[in-house]
Design a protein around this ligand. Structure first.
Ligand code: BGC
Length: 903
């Protein structure tokens, strides 16, 4: 395994190690001692997962690391070579099953090698310790399942654990997962359990750093681990096809478990062990100017190891009229590395706004306001939601009456009646009706309608010279209705004029917008954990979101993503499609690995750190998926039915924090409807709250090929209702397969709705302005010309053209490769006509080579068997022989023909 560590990969390794969460460490199983003898079991020791699957996992890497080879290379412990050899041999015959390599095909787990009891017994006689590795994946379009091989261990894994436990006196387990799994199998015979998560390309080295004690673990759980999957209140509604009722309301994760079912917790939220011990003492607080300030002294009271601790502050608010969880995380801080017996003082500021509850019913007398209800506010400070002490305040925070912290207006309330959980007087689960929408959306939109700018046509103003607001108005005035329609259509995937194999190009999508008006063509690429370039170009693959959140270290995450921003800039990618920050509402969500936590504050702080970092590095991050995309199953259709209080306090909170504290400039809406209106055409989401309340002034894009319905009347969702998207102020439709022509290739309803007056020029101008302002702040505005898309010179093959098919304009194509004679000389535009039948909105790609040179990557979603034509590249050709080869993974991706058009 080759390993070319750069400054960036070294730092990614550090972060991956900092995020490992040690759940059990009896008899100091870890760290391993020098020259200790260790046998390692479980195929994932070599097939060590780097990431979950789907768009967030598709980073091509120059090298990867795994556990067993990293451990062997470290030369610290003595590995049982016989057991290693058994695995090596068996893995050669039972290679990693990627399910055929297609979208969402990879299974959640791999078959396990059966263990012969005699071999394990022999190993037990020769080794001090056994380490078992359990691995899992899941991802986009593929939720976890409450089934063996996904959330639960398989029979073979249980068998493996049993035989190891029977023979070895000391057993530890490494859990190499993207998401928490059932942990009921941990018993007295297992001394050590560590969640190493998916650590990206350096994950193998990182976990070894922890095992051998180069780094003392300091990760803390970003999710509660309950006794059974049914202990999570969202489980029963997860996966429904049409409506997912968020009946647990604000009681997500530990908010539910600590309030109603404390005895159902195996490992509490915020928990994680170290090799050393800490005390948190002198916990005091003051209240000043609408902020609670907590001070605590943290001391490393151990003798042997330096380590870091996370101080967490949980609020216990009075139950009042609204009902409250018994604990809500309101602040945290991670200490620097503390040597044995070293102390530090941490200070945590908690503004009242982050302590307040949203009254969506008017129960407190203040409907649509964030309030602090009358009563006593108690701050519990510790190193998990369970291990806390009460902060001593100079004057305790007792309110005589309800205090309004922010008066807002009703937005996003559900239209369907349903019951939600709230505590009864004895603190047990009770239900109440969630308040439904009372606002007249049409009236709100009319009252807030933007003013049109009179169209002037070209006035010679270039975006680069636009400085003032009045310049911007004059600039936008130049855009015709056609220009405005073109600019809200993002193009992709794999646009030939931006970094090959990326998700979209947007902004200056026509020659006129780009060359005459100076709007740069910007490039967006997945994310979140490294750059996805389907061309095969490699990038640094980072630890997943859940691991990042487990570090509880904002500064570390910001530094990591500053390097990511630099890598984006170096690859001419202006926008990263990440961070993903949907709430871990259920452990069954397949994309939890991309997201951070069940807690909105931890989520928001991490997302803000990512966005700040990416910006410093020279690109912009995108907060996705806005909002309530809590399941992958039926993700394009399932309506999230959520109370306004839960939307605001739980599901939007992370976005709000990332915008206010991270200055995020780009947001991606989700696939699903939220309370009846698809998020991409949801006015309250994209305008009332996002821009009106939070002051967001960046761009909003849809998820890829998203649906929209009417932003007032709701109804059915379609991909053509782009007009409704613009009316809601979601600025960009992602994506249309129209490369530069500016035509309405996907037949959206912009022209029709403009003609009928349903969509106004002013609404289009508003989005155009958002896009142009965004462009001004990117590195792209400084580029004088396109980096990609120039005609590529190709030299004909040095072979005879005799007997070859002579091509002038069209080449019919079957199979994978063709050698033909090109008849003419000059610059040509190469187009491909292809079709692809895959489930839903699966994505696939295919690289096209001519004479061995990569000319382009064709990336596509499902075309439902219909043939589509895509512009690929511009080529300089000479008469002679050429071989065109197409390498893709999906067998249903069929190229019918290539067309050469003279430029
Ligand atoms: C995903 C997005 C991703 C986009 C582009 C969609 O399928 O949901 O998160 O950014 O594709 O790859």
């Amino acid at each position: 395994m080759k390993s070319k560590a750069s400054k960036f990969t070294k730092f990614a390794r550090k972060v991956a190690a900092e995020g490992a969460v040690l759940l059990k460490n009896n008899s100091n199983f870890l760290p391993l001692a020098k020259d200790e003898k260790v046998a390692v079991f479980g195929r994932c020791q070599a097939d060590y997962y780097r990431s979950g699957t789907g768009s967030g996992g598709a980073v091509n890497v120059e090298y990867k690391t795994d556990l067993i080879n990293s451990l062997a290379a470290r030369n610290f412990v003595t590995i049982d070579t016989h057991i290693k050899h058994l695995y090596d041999t068996w893995l050669a015959q039972n290679p990693f099953d990627d399910g055929g390599g297609g979208w969402a095909c990879e299974p959640w787990c791999q078959i396990e090698m059966p263990l012969e009891a005699s071999a394990v017994e022999a190993a037990a006689n020769q080794n001090d310790k056994a380490i078992v590795v359990i691995g899992r994946t899941a991802g986009e379009d593929k939720d976890n399942m409450a089934a063996e091989g996904s959330y639960f261990l398989t029979a073979a894994e249980i068998e493996m654990l049993n035989v190891v436990k029977t023979n070895f006196a000391k057993v530890g387990v490494i859990v190499n997962v993207g998401n928490i799994i059932d942990m009921s199998w941990v018993d007295d015979k297992i001394d050590m359990v560590i969640y190493s998560w998916h650590g990206g390309m350096e994950g193998g080295n990182a976990i070894v750093d922890v095992l051998v004690g180069d780094l003392t673990p300091s990760g803390k759980l970003p999710d509660s681990i309950a006794t059974t999957i049914d202990d999570y209140p969202s489980t029963k509604n997860h996966g429904s096809a049409t409506q997912n009722f968020y009946e647990e309301d604000i009681y997500v994760g530990y908010r539910y478990l600590e309030t109603f079912a404390a005895d159902r917790v195996l490992y509490p939220f915020g928990f994680g062990l170290s090799y050393t011990q800490f005390t948190i003492s002198n916990v005091t607080g003051t209240i000043h100017a609408g902020t609670a300030k907590i001070t605590a002294t943290v001391t490393n009271v151990g003798d042997a190891y330096a380590g870091r601790e996370v101080v967490q502050v949980y609020l216990q608010a009075p139950q009042g009229q609204l009902g409250k969880p018994t604990r809500s995380l309101v602040g945290f801080a991670k200490t620097p590395l503390l040597a044995p017996h070293e102390s530090t003082v941490v200070k945590i500021s908690i503004p009242f706004y982050s302590m307040a509850s949203y009254d969506d019913s008017g129960a407190t007398g203040h409907k649509s306001a964030y309030v602090l209800e009358a009563g006593e506010y108690i701050f519990h400070v510790g190193n998990s939601v369970r291990e806390t002490v009460i902060a001593v305040f100079d004057t305790s925070l007792v309110l005589d009456s309800t205090k309004i912290v922010a008066q807002l207006e009703e937005a996003l309330a559900p239209t369907t009646s349903f019951n939600r959980i709230r505590p009864d007087a004895s603190g047990n689960v009770a239900y109440e009706a969630a308040p439904t929408r009372t606002v007249d959306l049409a009236a709100r939109m009319t009252a807030m309608a933007p003013q049109a700018i009179a169209i002037t046509g070209d006035a010679g103003i270039n975006l680069k010279n636009v400085i003032t607001e009045s310049d911007m108005e004059k600039f936008i005035a130049q855009l015709t209705a056609d220009d405005l329609a073109a600019i809200v259509r993002g193009e992709g995937m794999s646009h030939p004029q931006v970094t090959p194999g990326t998700a979209s190009a947007f902004g200056g999508v026509t020659t006129h917008l780009r060359d005459d008006l100076g709007i740069p063509l910007m490039c967006a690429a997945d994310g979140p954990s490294g750059i996805r370039m389907e061309s095969g170009r490699t990038a640094t693959q980072l630890p997943i979101g859940t691991l990042i959140a487990s570090t509880w270290d904002e500064a570390l995450v910001e530094e990591l993503y500053t390097m990511e921003g630099e890598e984006l800039k170096n690859n001419y990618v202006d926008v990263l499609l990440g961070p993903g920050l949907n709430i871990h509402r259920s452990p069954l969500n397949g994309r939890n690995f991309e997201y951070f936590s069940e807690d909105p504050l931890l989520t928001g702080k991490m997302a803000a750190a990512v966005v700040r970092g990416v910006h410093q590095g020279g690109a912009e991050g995108t907060l996705k998926h806005f909002a309530c995309n809590s399941q992958e199953t039926h993700r394009h259709e399932v309506n999230a039915v959520v109370s306004e209080r839960a939307v605001r306090e739980i599901y939007l909170k992370g976005f709000e924090i990332a915008i206010k504290e991270g200055n995020a400039k780009s947001v991606m809406t989700a696939y699903n409807p939220l309370n009846g209106i698809w998020t991409a055409s949801n006015y309250d989401l994209n305008t009332t709250i996002l821009r009106g309340e939070w002051g967001f002034d960046g761009i909003v894009m849809t998820d890829w090929w998203a649906k929209m319905n009417d932003c007032i009347d709701g109804g059915e969702g379609t991909r053509q209702n782009v007009s409704s998207m613009v009316r809601a102020q979601n600025d960009l439709y992602m994506v249309v397969g129209n490369f530069g022509a500016g035509s309405n290739i996907s037949q959206d309803n912009i022209p029709e709705d403009l003609a009928s007056g349903k969509l106004s020029i002013a609404q289009l101008q508003r989005s155009a302005k958002n896009i142009c302002k965004f462009a001004q702040a990117t590195v792209a505005i400084t580029r004088d010309e396109l980096i990609f898309g120039k005609p590529q010179p190709l030299v004909a093959q040095d072979i005879s053209t005799e007997g070859l098919e002579i091509v002038t304009t069209e080449l019919s194509f079957t199979g994978k490769t063709h050698t033909f004679a090109f008849a003419n000389e000059g610059s040509y535009q190469l187009d491909a006509t292809f079709n692809c039948s895959m489930p839903g909105l699966s994505q696939t790609s295919c690289n096209v080579y001519i004479n061995g040179n990569l000319v382009t990557t064709i990336q596509s979603g499902n075309t439902s068997g219909e043939s589509v034509t895509r512009q690929l590249a511009n080529l300089d050709l000479h008469p002679g022989a050429y071989t065109i080869t197409c390498e893709g993974v999906n067998p249903t991706f069929v190229i019918d023909k290539f067309t050469f058009t003279k430029l």
